[in-house]
Design a protein around this ligand. Sequence first.
Ligand code: ATP
Ligand code: MG
Length: 646
Amino acid sequence: MSYPYQITSLEQYKADYKRSVDDPDGFWGDIAENFQWRKKWDKVLNWNFKEPKVEWFAGAKLNITENCIDRHLATMGDKPAIIWEPNNPEDRVRIVTYNRLHKRVCQFAQVLKNNGVKKGDRVCIYMGMVPELAYAVLGCARIGAIHSVIFGGFSAQSIADRLYDAQAEFIVTCDGAYRGNKDIPLKSVIDDALIGNRTVKKVIVYTRTRTPVSMLKGRDVWWEDEMEHAEHQVEQNGVVSFPAEEMDAEDPLFILYTSGSTGKPKGVVHSSAGYMLWTNYTFVNVFQYKPGDVHFCTADIGWITGHSYILYGPLSAGGTSLMFEGIPTWPDAGRFWDIVEKHKVNILYTAPTAIRSLMGFGLEPLKGKDLSSLKILGTVGEPINEEAWHWYDEHVGKGKCPIVDTWWQTETGGCLISNMAGVTPAKPSWATLPMPGVQPILVDEKGEEVTKADEDGIIKGNLCIKAPWPAILRTTYGDHERCRQNYFATYENLYFTGDGALKDADGNFRITGRVDDVLNVSGHRIGTAEVENAINMHAGVVESAVVGYPHDVKGQGIYAYVIYGHMHNNDEELTRKDILQTVTRVIGPIAKPDKIQFVSGLPKTRSGKIMRRILRKIAEGETGSLGDTSTLLDPGVVDEIVKGKL
Ligand code: ATP
Ligand code: MG
């Protein structure tokens, strides 16, 4: 497979960027020629941000699974599409070739059909990270059903809310999932989520952990039985086929609920053609993917990162994607490095929170691990602090792997601002330059473009995007007005990201965090991320989270929750003062936290994001109204933090 649209030099980036803005129809129309269509488009782009209404490749017909699977079969049928590393390193690795993927996806599409699923139906997928999850997702896409993957760790209540919002009629799940030394009883959680549910007709259950489960007659069926039956239907004389449903370019491909770190989850809807182009284009360019490379994205498929960079991006590019069932710290904190060595991983894509947590274990887990296969490293999910960036660069990349800091959102479908590995320059803790087709703009509270730089040449503002890129969200499921309100109503004719950013004189962007995470201390606006960055620079600090709380004098005070490693002086008070000294040196006395609470963990969403909403409530003393904490990775830390409140 070749990628004629792969950018290989800074000059080419500049030229392509310019053309993408001057002539988006020509630019994306040319790129689209590299995909497989049942019918070509009438128009590349129609849009307005008022309603909003965005259409890419209107009139075109396709099926994304033909692009992710079928078109590779002739030349790459026996090449690995997915390498699956089980939770337990002693268990058998599974290598899924494109031929095998094709067969399983066809079979599962047939299973869905046998169970009454039709084009446009919503299928909720609640599974662990097993290859069958990929078959389920792609099986839905094959028959045109809308998949909605829910991370295999959300509570029954969260699932019930999402099932209701999506009006889902079908569920695919597992008896259980392995994560580290835990077994998570997925089917039992689904059973709880279904109490009182009136829409779900069928639940398909894959056996992974052999956990005893209840199976309701007429509603619950076993994956294995269904697949066996379907095998005879899709395979005749050794030839496997299940005709893919012909989809309109703008037909919805999936719904994905955002992590909910800021409130009620929104069902972000992505369409077929634009999403396919964008995930492929950004995968090939940001990671500079070369055929044969092993790409290891450590995210869960329950998050957009897994959708775009474990499944659709790599597979549409005929790539090899490593899928990992377990967690980075089990059986020990060297697990990622073992996987890199074992599977000769070339590209490693993970989150700053994972990097910081592994940093906390020191260098011991890296000793003796052969990481020489690594060529490119990436991060996503939150701003990466400089210390973590340098640790990643030095100890994982050994100073020879470009690091891509990819800024994007569930709503954007794929990377919007990022360097391209080794092609455009990196700048530690800066996401750097926009992808072709992405036009970022920084605005002030009134929506006026900020053009005035400070004495260091830096412009500061709220990050918006001026025009649609192919994978912009199309709506929020069942509530288009909510989509308009959330993203398109704050500033006229702009998509508002909710994030604040800096821009330097070279046009590089640095994301400073959510706009609502900006503190106003004695009239000074300070990003929580800036303060955290400074605290994290202090020796011994593993991770920190900063929130504001009402302060009589300053308006807002700074409350810091700090995870500390080894406290050499055994003196909390002295350590607090040491941290204040560090913050003073790094930012200045204005950013000194008023309170520092030492904690053993932070409340994080399943995607690794700190739930500041909860920390803010605790800091404000409103511990009685913490809201829904069921989406947390470890709800137990909340009790500990409440008890230790200063
Ligand atoms: P919700 O919108 O429900 O609160 P969420 O925003 O946490 O959830 P995601 O779409 O997974 O859900 O995360 C996108 C956000 O993550 C971005 O808006 C940004 O704040 C942050 N982010 C992602 N990547 C980066 C990055 N490379 N640098 C800085 N921030 C990032
Ligand atoms: Mg968000």
